[in-house]
Design a protein around this ligand. Sequence first.
Ligand SMILES: C[S@@+](CC[C@H](N)C(=O)[O-])C[C@H]1O[C@@H](n2cnc3c(N)ncnc32)[C@H](O)[C@@H]1O
Length: 240
Amino acid sequence: MSVDLRGRATHVRELMDDPQADEEMLGRTYQRFGAVNAVVSRPGRLYRQDIRPRAAARRIRILDIGAGGGDLCRLLVRRLRRDGLEADVTALDADERAIRWASAHDVGLGIRYRCALSSQLVEEGDRYDVVLSNHVLHHLDAGEFDAVLRDSQALTAPGGLVSHHDIARGRLAYTAFAGATWPLSRTLLAGSFIRVDGLRSIRRSYTARELAALAPSGWSVRSRLPARLELRWEAPRAGT
Ligand SMILES: C[S@@+](CC[C@H](N)C(=O)[O-])C[C@H]1O[C@@H](n2cnc3c(N)ncnc32)[C@H](O)[C@@H]1O
């Protein structure tokens, strides 16, 4: 029977969100996120279009909300270093298991790790040039979604950018992910939650139209290939 993708399957829970989840499988899941994201999330475009230009002007401050195993933070620091650019990168996650794993795999990149909600950083008066997330929006309930957007804006310095990335729910995304991960389920992805949670993530995700309907005034939704969404807000420059 084919999976119903007409609406968000918010009742479906991802295995990695279970506080009792097997720690070894969770660790393997964090470890595989980098390879999966390289294919599905294509972070190179975010780097080239939004991060590198800002980093050329100043030592850029980046916040990754829901950083998981920290693979996006590590990729950004490596690319910035390769281009001779400096950054202060913060990996934030509400799950202490993620922060523990990510900080143990920092490999000398100097990322700052915080186990907290974004509201705590707002209280502390933090400011960033780029606030981003990847595969987090679909995890959030309505209250958490509003809070993350509100906090993202509060945490963004004048002229800065908020860029939340996620999957666009759809038949093509579901079928392509199911087909691509099936042959890998006994090898590369064995002993991880990647395949089951990836399929559940697609079911929980938004379509572009659903996300646009939830986006507050001033935010925009962009559709990207392959089956990607970006929810974006740009902070006004100082004095405007
Ligand atoms: C699917 S993982 C994505 C990890 C990483 N961003 C990536 O793309 O590989 C989602 C992460 O978001 C975290 N998360 C969910 N809600 C959060 C919140 N309100 N604040 C911070 N982190 C949150 C979860 O703990 C989890 O580690």
